[in-house]
Design a protein around this ligand. Structure first.
Ligand code: NAP
Ligand code: GLV
Length: 309
C-alpha cells in the first residue's frame, strides 16, 4: 500500500513515523512540488495546493486530516470519483467543547466587563445574568456541535440547535432549514457557529441575520471566517447590538495586521486553534479506516459531495 502525504506546514516526518507504526505494510511518500510521484493507493492531506491535485487521479480514497472539507471541495470538479473521508472527532470535539464553554461562561459571568473594570482599578459588583436569559444557539449540530451542546447542557444553559435536517435532541429546542433561521436567531443570546462552509452557508451571517439576534447578544465563531460578513459584524459590535464576539476563524488567515478586528476591544481573536488536529488520534483513525476499506467494509465520515460536507 502506498500513501501520498501532504502537510501544509511541511512537518511530515512525525506523520510518516506514526503511519509506519500504525500500518507497517504501507509506504508513505511525502509530496514535494516538482518531484515525480509513483501512483499511490491513498492520499492523506487537508488543504492541498493546486499542483498536488493531478496526483490524486489514481488514488482509491482521499483522507482528510481535518473535520472541515471546504479546502478540498474547492477542487471538487477536478477530483476522481472516490470517497473523500474526513476526520470524525479524533479528539476535536472535546477541544471545541472546552473552547466554546470557556467563551460562553466568560460572557455569562461578565468576565470581559470585570477585566475592563480591573484595568481601571474599579471594584464594583455587577448584577449576575440569569441562565433563563442566556439561551445558547448552536448553528450546526453535527459531530462537533453535539459535543458542544452536551457541555452547555451540563452547565444548565438553555440550548437550541439549528441543522439542515430535522432532529430530536433531548432537552434541546431543535430548528431545521432556512425558513426557521430567523426565529432561531431571535432567541439566541449567544450564537455559536459550528457549520461547515458550503455554498449555502457562505456569508450566512450578514447584517440582516445578525440583527435578528437580541440586543446585547454574543457571537462565538469556531467554524469558518467566510460564514460571516466581517464588516457587518464589526458595525453591529460598534453599535452595541452585539456585545462581544470570540472569533477563532477569519475570511483571510492569518488575520491581516491592518484588519479592524485587532483594535476592537469587544472582539477576542484566537489563531484557528479551537480544535486542532491531533496527530496520534488522526493517524489511528485513518489507519483503521484504510484497513476497513481493504476488507471492503463501510467507513464513517465519508463526505457527501452533492451536499458539500
Ligand atoms: P458535521 O458533523 O458535518 O456537522 C455539520 C452540521 O452542520 C450538521 O448538523 C449539519 O446539518 C449542519 N449543516 C450543514 N449545512 C447546513 C445548512 N445549509 N443549514 C443548516 N445546517 C447545516 O461537521 P463537524 O465535524 O461538526 O464540523 C463542523 C465544522 O467545524 C467543520 O466543517 C469546520 O468548518 C469547523 N471546524 C473548525 C475547527 C477550528 O479549529 N476552528 C476545527 C474543526 C472543525 P445535518 O445534521 O442536518 O446534516
Ligand atoms: C479545522 O479547521 C478543521 O476543519 O479540522
Amino acid at each position: 500500500m502506498r500513501i501520498l502525504l501532504h502537510r501544509a506546514d511541511g512537518n511530515t516526518a512525525p506523520w510518516v513515523a506514526d503511519f509506519a507504526q500504525a500500518l507497517p505494510e504501507a509506504e508513505v511518500v511525502a509530496w514535494k512540488e516538482g518531484e515525480a510521484v509513483a501512483p499511490c493507493d491513498y492520499a492523506v492531506l487537508w488543504s492541498p495546493p493546486a499542483a498536488l491535485v493531478p496526483e490524486l487521479q489514481h488514488v482509491k480514497a482521499i483522507f482528510l486530516t481535518g473535520a472541515g472539507v471546504d479546502a478540498i471541495m474547492k477542487f471538487n470538479d477536478q477530483l476522481p470519483d472516490v470517497p473523500i473521508i474526513r476526520l470524525g472527532d479524533a479528539g476535536m470535539a472535546v477541544q471545541m467543547a472546552e473552547y466554546v464553554l470557556h467563551a460562553v461562561l466568560g460572557y455569562y459571568r461578565r468576565m470581559p466587563e470585570y477585566e475592563a473594570q480591573a484595568r481601571r482599578g474599579e471594584w464594583k459588583q455587577l448584577p449576575q445574568h440569569r441562565k433563563e436569559d442566556f439561551t445558547v444557539g448552536v448553528l450546526g449540530t453535527g459531530v462537533l456541535g453535539m459535543r458542544v451542546v452536551e457541555a452547555l447542557r451540563h452547565f444548565g444553559f438553555p440550548v437550541r440547535g439549528w441543522s439542515r435536517s430535522a432532529k430530536s435532541i433531548e432537552g434541546v429546542a431543535s430548528f431545521a432549514g432556512m425558513e426557521s433561521l430567523d426565529g432561531f436567531l431571535a432567541g439566541s443570546r449567544v450564537l455559536v457557529n459550528m457549520l461547515p462552509l458550503t455554498p449555502e452557508t457562505n456569508e450566512l451571517l450578514n447584517h440582516a441575520r445578525l440583527s435578528r439576534l437580541p440586543k446585547g447578544a454574543y457571537l462565538v465563531n469556531v467554524a469558518r471566517g467566510a460564514h460571516i460578513v466581517e464588516n457587518d459584524l464589526l458595525e453591529l459590535v460598534k453599535s452595541g447590538h452585539i456585545a462581544g464576539a470570540t472569533l477563532d476563524v477569519f475570511a483571510n488567515e492569518p488575520l491581516p495586521a491592518a484588519h479592524p478586528f485587532w483594535s476592537e476591544p469587544r472582539i477576542t481573536i484566537t489563531p484557528h486553534v479551537s480544535a486542532l488536529t491531533l496527530r496520534t488520534e488522526s493517524v489511528q483513525q485513518i489507519a483503521g479506516k484504510m484497513r476497513a476499506l481493504a476488507r471492503n467494509e463501510p467507513v464513517a465520515d465519508v463526505v457527501d459531495r452533492q451536499r458539500g460536507y
